[in-house]
Write a protein that binds this ligand. Structure first.
Ligand SMILES: Cc1ncc(COP(=O)(O)O)c(C=O)c1O
Length: 390
């Protein structure tokens, strides 16, 4: 099953806390394992308290939550959505599935979040600007994007919804405000690679109370079953479009155990982040390495640790040399504007040079809550050794 070298550092280890097993057993034996059982309700309450949201719906993935937010936008033919080119496919695909065309936006080099100047340019375009219905931001690695800049770019367009794809950012903050509380919609991921994880899972965070009743209809197979359960109607029926978005309760049980331990999980991840940063900083200039740069007004969510190598051409060599030293590394994202799907679904061709450059030079280091200080030091030493020898 495991073909990893015995002494290889693990790139990712899914979060696990012992209470999960008891909670899952209880959830499986209490008679409601489908969506929105007892465990789901507790997780929703905790996430709602964390973000101050009007409502939180647990979904089968962040992708599903993005699709639900796209349904709530009621997109019409000819509508467009501004998305970052430097992101995961479903940040864009979720809106395409609801009929929108895409306007790809570049990122700014400091946080690798959406570039507000490019957002403003896209909105000012005489042909496509008026068709924009939403702007999707990602808080890359759990470090908030330039929220003030994005708000300024949107100041004259109250009709354009801000959607936070907050797959990386749960528990991060921007100027003291929780990530996930800043957009009309915000989405979370509980995939095995995320800080809080039930294998596959997600959530839609609704920050505008006006969206809540419709969101339950789309969430629950297009029916008003939720209104029925709350005694607001005497039978439930088909009302609108929708799908089956709900997360099974045993998976929510896993989430509850982990959310209850969030301070420990986040503390361990923070320690890894800080160890990498302090260990690599003294070498960064000499090696031409760019390290994560957290603006003072932001508290990261400590989702991942990335560096930017000086030369894109040698990344393959660096990955191989790190692997030979027992340290797996990875890269992402292939710029969406330059992919077959991106070209097919774009409203107009566009250039995103920072996304292209970052995507070619970015390297992710092993990152999870089980890493000890000695593992971090081994990763740091391997990277310094590999880059010094080039
Ligand atoms: C920015 C971003 N958005 C969305 C997703 C999709 O998350 P999920 O796998 O929960 O659908 C990911 C996955 O890693 C992601 O990185």
């Amino acid at each position: 099953m495991d073909d990893q070298m015995d002494d290889e550092v693990e790139f990712n280890v899914q979060t696990f806390v012992p209470a999960e097993l008891d909670y899952v057993r209880d959830s499986l034996t209490r008679g409601q394992a489908s969506a929105n059982g007892a465990y789901s309700r507790q997780v929703r309450q905790l996430l709602q308290a964390e973000t101050g949201a009007a409502e939180v719906l647990l979904t089968t993935s962040c992708t599903a939550a993005l699709e639900l937010s796209a349904m709530l936008l009621d997109l019409q033919p000819g509508d467009t959505v501004i998305v970052p080119s430097f992101s995961f496919t479903t940040t864009a695909l979720a809106f395409v599935r609801q009929g929108a065309r895409l306007l790809f936006c570049d990122i700014e080099p400091r946080t690798l979040g959406l570039d507000p100047r490019h957002v403003a340019e896209l909105l000012a375009d005489p042909v496509h600007g008026p068709t924009v219905r939403a702007v999707v931001v990602v808080h890359y690695a759990g470090i908030a994007c330039d929220v003030a800049g994005i708000r300024e770019a949107l100041a004259e367009r109250p009709d354009v919804a801000l959607v936070e794809d907050n797959a990386h950012g749960l528990f991060g903050r921007w100027r003291g405000e929780p990530l996930g509380s800043l957009g009309r919609f915000s989405t979370l991921s509980f995939h095995e690679t995320k800080n809080i994880s039930c294998g596959e899972g997600g959530a839609l965070v609704l920050n505008d109370p006006a969206d809540v009743p419709r969101s339950w209809v789309h969430y629950d197979k297009g029916t008003d079953r939720q209104a029925f359960l709350q005694g607001q109607v005497d039978k439930y029926s088909w009302r609108d479009t929708g799908s089956s978005f709900g997360l099974a309760d045993p998976l929510a049980a896993i989430l509850l155990a982990q959310v209850e331990e969030r301070d420990v999980i986040q503390g361990r991840r923070r320690a890894v982040f800080e160890r990498y940063l302090s260990g690599l900083s003294p070498h960064a200039d000499a090696l031409g390495l760019a390290l994560p740069d957290v603006p003072e007004d932001r508290e990261p969510a400590y989702h991942l640790f990335h560096v930017l190598l000086p030369e894109a051409e040698r990344r393959g060599e660096v990955i191989a040399a790190m692997k030979a030293r027992g340290v797996p590394t990875a890269f992402h994202y292939v710029p969406l504007h330059d992919s077959d799907g991106g070209r097919r679904f774009a409203a107009a061709p566009g250039e995103c040079p920072t996304s292209t450059d970052v995507s070619a030079r970015l390297l992710r280091l092993p990152f999870h809550q089980e890493l000890e200080a000695s593992d971090c030091d081994r990763v740091i030493a391997a990277l310094v050794d590999v880059l010094s020898g080039m």
